[in-house]
Ligand binder design. Structure first.
Ligand SMILES: [Zn+2]
Length: 402
């Protein structure tokens, strides 16, 4: 790859649902017809694009449409979650070719987890029949905070013993694929831009409901990572100044992250007597199961369950309003491992709760929706990060070549 104009053209083709002719490309990206012609030839030779039929029935020569070649490149995405690990193989247009999930080894031993990931990747490649040489790399979406420079996971809640694990190096060594690491929320936001169809240059916030709460920020079509890759740690927004101490030791009280922790919500339901007592030393999966049961009760109209969830939704609305006031987005998207069970309830009550609290309520309404990518959004996002790094035009590429 390595050519800025080439990535600009590829990006333009990727952004158009129906594909583009060479003439349309020249107009869109402002390069000469000769340059467009040369670069299209190279992209066709590299099998990254294909000629997909001709368009135009009137007078004049019909135009050949250029489209991405789904089989031109692939990427592997791994979502590292304390309860469940998801591995996907994505093609160049962001479609899932193969997918596997497995329960995170209960030991939480990094070596054991990395070994299991590597075996799963080999299995996916073998079953899909995809040539290894066409795999651009492997992306890991991990719970934050992360050390982006070293590709290390730095003590996420619920991954016991993960104090400072250089996951990037470990996975790269085990799989032999060039590996990158990003926060799960960043991956989810990139997935929403990439695989969710042409999104244009809009701004949105991706609320990621995992073991912790975080957001991925997309401002004017670009994902915003912050100075160290850790932007979006909204779990520390205070929703109840007299609440319990924040579980991550920051010293603040009544933070949204703690209030919305599945463990905290589930305990409320246990104390209220509507859920059975959890086993001793509950795992992330125990919480996930209990949380799903509680969500079912909301659907069944259980009043205590509804009251608990309504309180959680109100806390969420306060935090969402703080974020919305700060970045003034068009949309708020929700997803993550704990999203599916609460989706319907949240989408019923939250849009009004949030919009009533936003400072811009008299100017525009912010749309709330669930992710279009379902429960695999973290893994898909991790693979999209690889494709983005390989393909997207970036300023540093221009500088290197200039
Ligand atoms: Zn905190």
């Amino acid at each position: 790859m390595g050519d800025f104009n080439l990535t600009v053209i590829l990006d333009a083709i990727r952004g158009s649902e129906a594909g583009l002719s060479r003439v349309e490309l020249a107009q869109l990206v402002g390069l000469s017809p000769q340059t467009i012609s040369n670069i299209s030839r190279r992209l066709l030779d590299q099998k990254l694009i294909v000629e997909a039929g001709k368009e135009g029935s009137g007078p004049g020569k019909p135009r050949t449409i250029l489209r991405l070649n789904p089989q031109g490149m692939y990427a592997v995405g791994v979502h590292l979650d304390p309860a469940l690990i998801t591995v996907v193989l994505l093609d160049l247009v962001g479609a899932v070719v193969e997918k596997r999930t497995f329960v995170t080894p209960l030991s939480h031993d990094p070596d054991e987890i990395v070994q299991a990931i590597a075996e799963c990747v080999e299995e996916l490649l073998a079953i899909s029949g995809v040539d290894r040489k066409l795999v651009a790399g492997l992306g890991v979406a991990a719970p934050g905070p992360i050390d982006l420079d070293r590709g290390a996971v730095v003590g996420p809640p619920l991954l016991h013993g993960w104090v400072d694990v250089p996951i990037q190096d470990l996975v790269q060594r085990a799989t032999g694929l060039p590996t990158t690491v990003d926060k799960d929320v960043t991956g989810a936001a990139v997935a929403e831009i990439w695989a969710g169809g042409p999104g244009g240059s809009e701004s949105f916030v991706f609320f990621y409901l995992g073991t912790g709460l975080g957001v991925g920020l997309v401002l004017n079509g670009e994902v915003y990572r912050g100075s160290s890759g850790n932007a979006g740690e909204i779990g520390h927004i205070i929703v109840d100044p007299d609440g319990p101490l924040c579980s991550d030791g920051c010293g603040m009280r009544g933070t949204i992250g703690t209030a919305l922790e599945p463990a905290v919500i589930v305990s409320e339901a246990v104390v209220a007597g509507i859920l059975p007592v959890l086993p001793e030393n509950p795992t992330a999966r125990d919480y996930q199961g209990a949380f799903a049961r509680l969500s079912e009760m909301v659907g069944e109209g259980e009043e205590t369950a509804i009251a608990i969830m309504r309180r959680a939704a109100r806390n969420m609305a306060w935090a969402a309003a703080v974020v919305g006031n700060l970045v003034d987005v068009e949309r708020m998207v929700f997803g993550g491992p704990f999203w599916e069970p609460v989706a319907q309830f949240v989408l019923d009550v939250l849009p009004d709760m949030v919009n009533e609290r936003l400072a811009t309520r008299g100017i525009h309404r912010v749309g709330l929706s669930g992710t279009r990518l379902g429960e695999d959004v973290g893994a898909v996002g991790a693979a999209c990060l690889v494709l983005e790094r390989a393909l997207a035009p970036r300023a540093e590429r221009l500088l290197l070549e200039g």
